[in-house]
Design a protein around this ligand. Structure first.
Ligand code: AMP
Length: 505
């Protein structure tokens, strides 16, 4: 009887003296430190009355201590609940009220501002900082006994984490993830991406999100590898660390920002073996430019908070730009008509559904929402539209809610964006549907233009003949940059809100 998720890490420790996490300032945590310190956190949580199954909510800036706390929560049998550092006290109030954690950990500087939001929570700690009530102090009080902490027994089906979805429509929902959702996905990714104890990952993603927390950290720790742990995306620092690293995981913005660095050369990337991208679509052009500049083909994968990772381009085979590769081993993926029904044939766009050990258990305290997003045969309705091509590669076309219905015809924004992005001078674009008195919704393009970019009439003229008339944008708006969230996703909801009245005036 073990702690299912933590055993994966504990059993894989190559050498206790090996570095697990290192910061750019040279702070090092060996695997022995990681086990001792996470044990001390686990003991401190138990001493504070945290019971197996209790939620521990955490809103703190990124640091290696957060990772040790995460592991401590798992070892204490509790449920880790990280919260985006950008959330305001009012938003935190909603999450704490919904999740009812036994304990809430925040940054010392935010403690006063969050007191009201956390009024219903029994214990509030800061992660570190002066004075009592800090997680670090509580762990310190456990002394060196932390390494001997007896992990609370947790089986594959027990909850390990709740991650709230970003909730661009309606209330944010808490995705319940079990020990095996996380452990099985980590095991799969270790094998599929060929991670070993020799790997050194450059970690520059946030740790409140599935990508930086689970894909990156669980995969590295399950393989006994190491991490160079950066507080945030810093292209120059990443470049300077590449000679010491083997893998980078990033959102597409990482790659576009790194491409602006003159120092990005085949020589700089020589020791790297893998560049992974996900969480938002990687432009085919970025893929091509990266290959030309470094000699490496970026490996794009697809997943979401609710499903962990579902597909990946192959390690050894063709990494096809603009696709997210094949379903991972053990994951079933199908494309069906959005209203349900039998799987569609190759190259036909529909709703992507997945099933497998990676898929979450449902939304926290929202049984109706959960029921509405699973089919009777257990497939989860991802909300993403896409297709599988004749070679089996999965293509993501966009979120279902971004689909535009104009004059009764379906318009997939990605198809229009691809045409616009290919025009000389266009940097990128987002295509949205806006309320229109005649068409219901009007296809509208929001374009970031560089030197030589055509104007509105020029874009429209260039698309004529390339796209059916109903797909051509009725208006083309120009902006300096597209609104993106911290994971690099374009926030089309903000664009729709900002321009809601465009056709009504
Ligand atoms: P999140 O739950 O924040 O990880 O967001 C998941 C969503 O991000 C998915 O449902 C997709 O819409 C999108 N996404 C993730 N990876 C990719 C990818 N490689 N290409 C396109 N969209 C992606």
């Amino acid at each position: 009887m073990t702690n299912h998720l933590f055993s994966l890490i504990r059993d894989g420790v190559p050498d206790p003296a090996k570095t697990a996490i290192e910061t750019p300032e040279g702070r090092r945590y060996t695997y022995a430190d990681l086990i001792a310190r996470s044990g001390a956190y686990a003991a401190a949580l138990r001493a504070a009355g945290v019971q197996p199954g209790d939620r521990v909510a955490v809103q703190v800036e990124k640091s290696p201590e957060v990772i040790l706390l995460y592991l401590g929560v798992v070892r204490a049998g509790a449920v880790f609940l990280p919260l985006n550092t950008a959330y305001t006290p009012a938003e935190i109030g909603y999450f704490l009220g919904d999740a009812e954690p036994a304990l809430f950990v925040c940054d010392p500087g935010r403690r006063d501002a969050l007191t009201e939001a956390a009024a219903g929570v029994r214990t509030i700690w800061t992660l570190d900082g002066a004075g009592g009530g800090s997680a670090a102090d509580a762990a310190d009080r456990q002394g060196s006994g932390g390494g001997a902490f007896a992990d609370v027994v947790r089986g594959p089906e027990d909850l390990a984490a709740i991650l709230y979805t970003s909730g661009t429509t309606g209330r944010s929902k808490g995705a319940m993830l079990t020990h095996d959702n996380l452990a099985s996905n980590a095991r799969t990714l270790v094998a599929y991406w060929r991670f070993t104890a020799d790997d050194v990952l450059i970690h520059a993603l946030p740790v409140f999100h599935t990508h930086g927390l689970f894909v990156a950290i669980n995969t590295v720790l399950a393989s006994g590898g190491s991490m160079l742990f950066l507080p945030r995306l810093d292209p120059k620092l990443i470049l300077s660390l590449m000679p010491r690293a083997s893998v980078l995981m990033g959102v597409p913005t990482f790659y576009t920002r790194l491409l602006k660095e003159p120092g990005l050369t085949p020589e700089a990337a020589k020791g790297m073996r893998l560049f992974v991208s996900g969480s938002a679509p990687l432009l085919a052009e970025t893929h091509r430019e990266w290959q030309a500049r470094t000699g490496h083909a970026i490996l794009e994968r697809y997943g979401m908070t609710e499903t962990n990772m579902s597909t990946s381009n192959p390690y050894a085979g063709d990494r096809v730009a603009g696709t997210v590769g094949f379903p991972l081993p053990g994951v079933s993926l199908r494309v069906v008509p959005p209203e349900g029904g039998p799987a569609l044939g190759p190259d036909t766009v529909g709703m992507i559904e997945v099933k497998g050990p990676n898929v979450f258990q449902g939304y926290w305290r929202m049984p109706e929402k959960t029921a509405a997003e699973f089919r009777a045969d257990g497939f989860f309705i991802t909300g993403d539209l896409g297709k599988v091509d004749a070679r089996g590669y999965v293509h993501i076309v966009g979120r279902g809610k971004d689909l535009i219905i104009s004059g009764g015809f379906n318009v997939y924004p990605k198809e229009v964006e691809t045409e616009i992005d290919a025009l000389p001078g266009v940097i990128e674009s987002a295509v949205i549907g806006l309320g229109h008195p005649d068409f219901g919704e009007a296809v509208t393009a929001v374009v970031v233009g560089g030197a030589g970019c055509p104007d509105e009439a020029g874009v429209q003229a260039a698309l004529e003949g390339r796209l059916a008339r109903f797909k051509c944008p009725k208006r083309v708006l120009f902006v300096d940059e597209l609104p993106r969230n911290t994971m690099g996703k374009v926030q089309k909801n903000l664009l729709r809100e900002a321009h809601a009245a465009l056709y009504r005036d």
